[in-house]
Design a protein around this ligand. Structure first.
Ligand SMILES: NC(=O)c1ccc[n+]([C@@H]2O[C@H](COP(=O)([O-])OP(=O)(O)OC[C@H]3O[C@@H](n4cnc5c(N)ncnc54)[C@H](O)[C@@H]3O)[C@@H](O)[C@H]2O)c1
Length: 317
């Protein structure tokens, strides 16, 4: 029997870390998925298990150029997310955020599709408010080395809300906080993957600063649940909605957890803190709890286990 709830869903950045998990989940829900990616940081390995699926399609395309396809929903995830990658070509990063948003919003307008933006906690910058609520406007340096990403994502949010007000588009804006899990790249310089790779390889674990800065880590399955719940929420809910795990850890605590979980003898080494690195980061997820009935369910220990296993098998190849 035909699945009347089957939708044609476009996932930009679908071959990336979060995008590939999202594509898999959407296929599991019976939807047709079009994954659009230019493979800048995404890989075919991330989606190799989906390629034989009859309702999965991949298109190599750069979202800074217009796209003409017919879809019902768009998850706009295309954008390098780790500092090493978004600082590699900062002008392109701003273009991906801004031109990419304009192109996908234009597509949503033409096809009357609902569109979700993968925004980021980086829109809060180095916050004076802790934890950060959606009503907080942020404290962002507009001219620093992280600005291509932070300001690019802020401008994308502006575009989403202007398309909503001006063209009555159905929009959803998710502000994603640090997310981790299998399929992260071993070389992307993000703290969870860095520590695990260093621990497995028996290299020193590098902490930038004294390790007292805090972060909150969300397991990718929880995040994907939140994105889908937001997309399926009533039209009146545009967001922005924070999605992240509020359990806060110092970077030093994370290093110690990784060391004990990998049973590694690596030492911890301290290095100077890079520019604009926020001291504290923790989401206030009251809105997601009330409006989406969403709460992360996977603890850091639970999530680190499959992540460590993933990196072990990847590094053994
Ligand atoms: N992982 C996190 O902790 C986190 C936190 C906040 C926000 N986000 C956002 O979530 C989204 C996905 O992040 P991720 O962690 O999966 O990163 P990722 O780098 O693994 O995925 C990004 C994907 O976008 C693709 N891409 C980049 N530029 C493109 C372009 N011009 N055209 C088409 N595709 C392009 C990449 O090849 C990659 O597959 C990003 O928008 C990111 O800003 C992630």
């Amino acid at each position: 029997m035909a699945n009347l709830l089957k939708k044609k869903v476009l996932v930009t950045g679908g071959a990336g870390f979060i995008g590939s998990h999202l594509c898999e989940r959407l296929l599991g829900m019976g939807h047709e998925v079009l994954c659009v990616d230019n493979f800048f940081t995404g890989t075919r390995e991330n989606i190799v298990g989906l390629l034989e699926h009859p309702y999965f399609e991949v298109l190599r395309h750069d979202v800074t150029f217009p796209l003409y396809v017919e879809v019902d929903e768009i998850y706009n995830l295309a954008c390098p997310a780790s500092p090493v990658h978004y600082q590699f070509d900062p002008v392109q990063t701003t273009k991906v955020c801004v031109h990419g948003a304009i192109n996908m919003l234009g597509l949503a307008r033409r096809t009357k599709a609902k569109i979700l933006q993968a925004s980021t906690s980086e829109v809060y910058g180095d916050p004076e408010e802790h934890p950060q609520r959606e009503s907080y406007w942020g404290r962002v340096n507009p001219i620093g080395i992280r600005s291509c990403y932070d300001e690019g994502k802020r401008c994308a949010e502006t575009l989403f809300f202007d398309y909503h007000r001006q063209h009555k588009l159905q929009i959803k804006v998710a502000r994603i906080f640090n997310t981790y899990g299998p399929k992260m790249r071993p070389d992307d310089g993000r703290v969870v993957s860095n520590f695990i790779v260093q621990a497995i390889q028996g290299e020193p674990i590098t902490i930038y600063g004294d390790g007292s800065q805090t972060r909150a880590f969300c397991y990718v399955d929880d995040l994907v649940d939140g994105l889908i719940k937001l997309m399926e929420s009533p039209d009146t809910l545009t967001g922005p909605v924070n999605l992240g795990n509020p359990a806060e850890f110092t970077i030093k605590q994370l290093a110690e957890k990784v060391l004990s979980m990998t049973q590694s003898a690596s030492a911890i080494e301290f290095r100077p803190l890079p520019g604009d690195d926020p001291r504290q980061r923790r989401p206030d997820i009251t809105l997601a709890g009330e409006a989406l009935r969403w709460h992360p369910e996977v603890s850091l220990e639970q999530g680190l286990r499959p992540t460590v296993a993933y990196f072990r098998s990847l590094l053994a190849q």
